[in-house]
Write a protein that binds this ligand. Structure first.
Ligand code: PAF
Length: 278
């Protein structure tokens, strides 16, 4: 695996070695887990060159404490990438991607950016889109891979690519889970064993909601689910059913459209998100 810390070096390399090759790209913030590895494997299957980036993007964090707490495991990540046959790692410093004092770009993602994560993490998606736009313009990949655990983020990035006419196909891949159902996430590294056990109740509840919806309305189902989670020391930021393409909150299921149950919740002070596509 070749490691680049500088975008010019990476671009120079790709201008020579990337010609006539299908390029797959996996942007990450490190603390890699099986979810990321599934993206790398899919890219390696489909593409001639697989590029991963590791950059903890400060502009997408709403508060400094969250940024400071974010797990940083670069050495382990490099070993994992080598083991999984990633071809190139781009792991820059902030100054390689942002000018001093640079502000995020303000995008208009309409409803997609105004609900759920958009409400609870103001400006988060502007930060995500700013860095992903920069990265996609550097790498110029044929395909870029994202985990559907971050369903709203994946939809935002699809919209970003459409708005900015970026020639990269965005692929969302299924959430990888622990045996107990807990969605794999870099933030799980901040949970102890007990916390992980508690957090596994989130996905179990999403499954129960899904089956309960066959006989009950959305509102009463979600109220009951929230009560149960709260009793188990899980504090909920949101628990909603949305229509996937618009991310509009659904009060009933329209069988001609695709819906998902989306949740953001805190377990032992760690913010987790998950979803279940219905
Ligand atoms: O999902 C992530 O890890 C980040 O939001 C991303 C897409 C790498 C942008 O910093």
């Amino acid at each position: 695996m070749i490691i680049f810390e500088n975008q010019n070096d990476l671009q120079l390399y790709l201008q020579n070695e990337g010609i006539n090759k299908k390029i797959g790209f996996i942007p990450t913030m490190g603390a890699l887990h099986d979810g990321h590895i599934s993206l790398i494997k899919e890219s390696s299957k489909k593409c001639d060159l697989t590029i991963c980036s590791i950059f903890i993007n400060p502009t997408q964090f709403n508060n400094k404490e969250d940024l400071d707490k974010y797990p940083k495991t670069l050495e382990q990540d490099i070993l994992l990438l080598k083991k999984n046959e990633c071809d190139i790692l781009y792991s820059p410093e902030k100054s390689d991607l942002y000018l001093a004092g640079e502000k995020v770009t303000k995008y208009n993602f309409k409803n997609l950016g105004d609900v759920l994560e958009g409400i609870y993490r103001p400006n988060h998606f502007n930060g995500v889109a700013t860095i992903v736009e920069k990265l996609l313009n550097i790498v110029k990949a044929d395909y870029a891979y994202f985990g559907l655990k971050d369903l709203q983020q994946t939809m935002i990035i699809k919209e970003l690519v459409r708005l900015k006419k970026i020639n990269t196909k965005i692929i969302g891949l299924a959430t990888v889970r622990e045996e107990n159902g807990l969605a794999k996430s870099s933030r799980n590294k901040l949970l102890n064993l007990e916390g992980k056990k508690t957090a596994s109740l989130i996905y179990k509840e999403l499954l129960l909601i899904s089956s309960s919806l066959q006989n009950n309305d959305i509102d009463s189902t979600l109220i009951k689910a929230k009560e149960k989670l709260i009793k188990n020391n899980i504090s909920i930021e949101y628990l909603e059913i949305i229509e996937i393409n618009s991310f509009k909150i659904s009060r009933s299921i329209n069988s001609s459209k695709k819906h998902a149950i989306c949740i953001a919740a805190y377990v032992n002070g760690v913010r987790l998100i998950d979803n279940l596509i219905l």
